[in-house]
Design a protein around this ligand. Sequence first.
Ligand SMILES: [Zn+2]
Length: 186
Amino acid sequence: MAWKNTIDPHLYWRVHAWLQYRYGKATKCENPECPQKSNNYSWALLKGKKYGKKRENFIQLCYSCHAKYDFTEHTRELLRKINKNKIVSKETRQKHSNARLGKPLSEETKRKISKIRLERKKRLGYLNSPETREKIRKARIGKKLTEEAKRKVSEARKGKPTHKWTIKSRKKLSESLKRFNRLKTL
Ligand SMILES: [Zn+2]
């Protein structure tokens, strides 16, 4: 693995995940002098090569050969740390997520959120980002309005033309009429 003191654990996992995904788990030891003591195989970075998504930079080694090849006390310690962190962070994330679920927000937090949203509305003229509004719009399509909402919409529409004719909608109508007339003459 030829780790330096500054090895980036993210890079390490990214590359190993990629290796497994592309080439599967290591299944053999490529050391010709392998003592065949272990049937636990892994991908090992060739000495002098850089960590990266390059198959030719890696060989398959059994645990025993891998350890001899490049494991030092330092890299062993690093691996231990990385594995520990991975487990802890997963658990911690789950814990946080559980704690959040179904827990009512405090008045203080609600006030803060409301203030932030109001400021945003003042600044931009709307509450949600265009992306969010588009999502909401799409989610609404095909959803039936509640009686209350229907009443409100009808109230708001009173005295207004039922359809606003834009150039686009006029063109659409004229085109579909043309198509219809063509079909009639067939
Ligand atoms: Zn071996």
